[in-house]
Ligand binder design. Sequence first.
Ligand code: PMP
Length: 370
Amino acid sequence: MTIYLDCNATTPLEPAVQEAMLHTGFGNAGSRTHEFGLNAKKAVQKARDQIAHLVTAQREEVIFTSGATESNNLAILGLCAHATQKHIVTTQIEHKSVLEPLASLQGFEVTVVPPTASGCVDVEAVMAAVRTDTLLVSVMHVNNETGMIQPITAIAERLSCSSAYFHVDAAQGWGKDIQTLRHQRIDMISASSHKIYGPKGIGALIVRRRGYEKVPLTPLMYGGGQERALRPGTLAVPLIVGFGEATQLALRQHQERAERCRHYRDTVLKGLAPLHPIFHGDLEQCLPHVINFSIAGLDSEAAMLALKGVIAISNGSACNSAHYTGSHVLKAMCLSDDNIQGALRISWCHLTETVDWEEVVSRLKTLIIE
Ligand code: PMP
């Protein structure tokens, strides 16, 4: 049996989440005239509260979307649609669903801050890029390729002297690093259900009010006025229920899950030790369920092929796997071409089974070119 070690790409459904979804009725949450609709609305409100609670937000600040890609697009394109300030700050290690909408903007100047060699952005470098005409600062919570936790709290604190909106793509840190996202200086948070054992196709953009002022977002689509007209379309009630349940479970269990992941990491590191892996990033500042590494003389494509049937791993972001040209994140960390070409990402979770690391090592050893 192949053991799944690609939890940063997506995670399995938690049985309790599946159970909650199966017990959700089919009603349209917008139907006010009968109990089918009212029950659906109630289920959505419960999920909205579960999600808002995780980040200390209000239920009306939760906008359901199809996932973090859409949330990032709504945050960026929705804010820029009618903005008069035309400067944005982001980082080189963002996900493509942040970098590509930014690249599509016309008439905006985008400052893209590089990370340090460990894959973390430097707070001073971000703040040095912020100007009086900066509209938006967009920095991810946790990098999807390296697991590196970014200094969101420090940036939020420092932004207290700026009027720029602060957006955080939290697809990888949601439900794992809890306290960070509760910082009230963060204006917008993108989240995705399928990274925390919930269903795919559902996510949220949390849009916090500043006092009585709303972040001035323009919708990307028009229609039935759902989600305060920011994201029209009939709500995907069972998916929303699953996302709510997955979020609540994550809040309850995040410490226990992290502990299990730390133990699992010890076995991964011990298992791989005979291959002398070179780690990309810094294990001290990394979430405990992921490592990115290369092994001298080993090509990542060859490694993944050789490990078929034993473990399922990746060489970076699943979103890029159709046209893999070497990770933009690892390039930004100034890794050598060989290390980028050989980079492997292993990511697990509290549900992951034991791996036969001796088998992994023996298969990989035959591939290493001395
Ligand atoms: N941002 C980051 C950091 C991610 O890891 C991902 C998923 N790979 C996304 C955004 C996109 O999320 P979704 O799959 O929900 O669209």
